[in-house]
Design a protein around this ligand. Structure first.
Ligand SMILES: [Zn+2]
Length: 154
């Protein structure tokens, strides 16, 4: 059971900086600060003397005393998830020797380099290379890589 650090002496209530927001795509994380909110959008905060905290938007705004940036970051996280969903719902173009899928945001392909040997690759918006045995493994690994891709707002 998480505790409410707002009531705990020695835990600073201000002076945190935001490192960005991650969409967990389900409300699975309990706020590190209040121990109450179950959060889907995790705000990553850091304090110079008190380390790192993953908190909900209400605590994030109070701890940074910033009521603007978090809303902007949240909007970007929501938009990034929308782009992933569009990418995942789009079908692969398949030929005997390669598979490819592209959107405005993501670009991925896998090429047969020999029977039983496929090379997968993502170049945009991050780099990822691997080898696998067949096209279906390659397509699944590429979809998974995009699904797990964390936006990093700096
Ligand atoms: Zn909280």
């Amino acid at each position: 059971m998480s505790t409410n650090l707002w009531n705990q002496p020695g835990v600073p209530h201000k002076g945190y900086h935001s490192l960005g927001v991650t969409d967990l795509e389900a409300a699975t994380h309990v706020c590190d600060m209040c121990g109450k909110e179950e959060i889907r959008y995790v705000h990553h905060l850091v304090h110079p003397e008190h380390g790192h905290k993953d908190v909900g938007c209400v605590c994030a705004e109070k701890l940074t005393n910033d009521y603007v940036t978090h809303k902007e970051q949240l909007k970007e996280a929501v938009a990034a998830t929308g782009k992933k969903e569009r990418w995942l719902s789009k079908t692969w173009k398949e030929t005997d020797d390669y598979v490819v899928k592209k959107t405005h945001t993501y670009s991925a392909k896998a090429v047969k380099i020999a029977p039983g040997h496929w090379q997968g690759q993502i170049l945009q918006p991050f780099e990822y290379n691997f080898k696998t045995a067949n096209r279906y493994a390659a397509m699944s690994m590429l979809d998974q890589a995009v699904r797990n891709y964390k936006i990093n707002i700096t």
